[in-house]
Design a protein around this ligand. Structure first.
Ligand SMILES: [Zn+2]
Length: 292
């Protein structure tokens, strides 16, 4: 375990405890509002979490991810940039790349898990590098589009990581970042019981303000933000019920039951007035940070 002593965005050590989970303090920067885990594990330990079993479980639900997540995101990307060379960092077994290739993009991936990278090579014939992003050996300004699906919250230095992404993108290249949204109502109500509060794996917790600031400071201009729902209302109520000592509270259980019954409506009704607990940002590279 390595201690984190200052904020990744503004470098300030001034902070307060936001919550504590899995024996790890999660802090909130008093200067810029970034929320982050106070300790990080070595990348070897993080890699262990993404084992063969993890990806085998993912494969069972791959069709749902393709239809509900990646299909929709790709339609948004196509509206902004098409055709082009697309790099998916943390590409897993290559589901998104496979879809993007079908739609006409020239695709590459980077993936730390050897099992997942091998799956992408053998089953889909994809060009995937089994390495960290900065060890993949890409030349500067290679890509038109770079996608980071649930990657930035895992890396130990998001600012440094985005500077590398900036280096690899062409001028006016498109960056798509998707991360958990700690500014959402679900996260605020659930606190440490929020489904996505997992400080062993999720080291950073962004809200629209902090992610937009970090992107601007690393040479990007925001095109648009979108949120969607990872956590259902039933899960929020259950998390709240769990956080109350007497979690056998009958009224909360009854409310949770009704939320569960009506949860399919969340896709139609809730987005009108509540922001979801995952945020997707589409941003354009407007500035070269490194002289290359
Ligand atoms: Zn800060």
């Amino acid at each position: 375990m390595n201690s984190v002593i200052s904020c990744n965005i503004c470098s300030s050590p001034d902070r307060e405890v936001y919550c504590r989970k899995d024996s790890i303090d999660v802090f909130r920067c008093r200067q810029c509002g970034l929320i982050y885990a106070g300790e990080t594990q070595s990348s070897k330990n993080i890699e262990k979490h993404y084992s063969k079993e993890y990806f085998e479980n993912y494969l069972k639900t791959e069709s749902i991810h393709l239809k509900n997540r990646f299909g929709k995101r790709l339609r948004e990307i196509k509206k902004i940039k098409f055709p082009g060379a697309l790099l998916d960092v943390g590409c897993g077994i290559g589901s998104f790349l496979k879809l993007a290739r079908t739609e006409g993009y020239e695709v590459s991936g980077v993936e730390l898990s050897y099992y997942a990278a091998e799956h992408a090579w053998n089953n889909f014939g994809l060009r995937v590098f089994n390495s960290e992003l900065n060890d993949a050996g890409f030349t500067p300004k290679t890509f038109d589009i770079i996608t980071l699906w649930h990657v930035l919250e895992h890396v130990t230095d998001p600012k440094k990581f985005l500077i590398e992404v900036n280096r690899l993108l062409k001028k006016n290249g498109l960056l798509v970042v998707e991360v958990p949204n700690i500014g959402s109502i679900a996260a605020r109500i659930s606190l440490m019981n929020w489904e996505l509060m997992a400080p062993k794996e999720h080291l950073f917790y962004f809200n629209p303000h902090t992610i937009n600031r970090l992107l601007k400071e690393t040479g990007f201009s925001i095109i648009k933000n979108q949120t969607y729902f990872w956590t259902t209302p039933a899960m929020v109520i259950k998390a709240k019920a769990d956080s109350i000592k007497n979690n056998g509270n009958a009224i909360l259980r009854l409310i949770a039951f009704f939320c569960h019954v009506f949860s399919p409506l969340r896709f139609r009704v809730l987005p009108c007035f509540i922001k979801g607990d995952v945020i997707t940002i589409y941003a354009s590279k407007v500035k070269n940070l490194l002289n290359n």
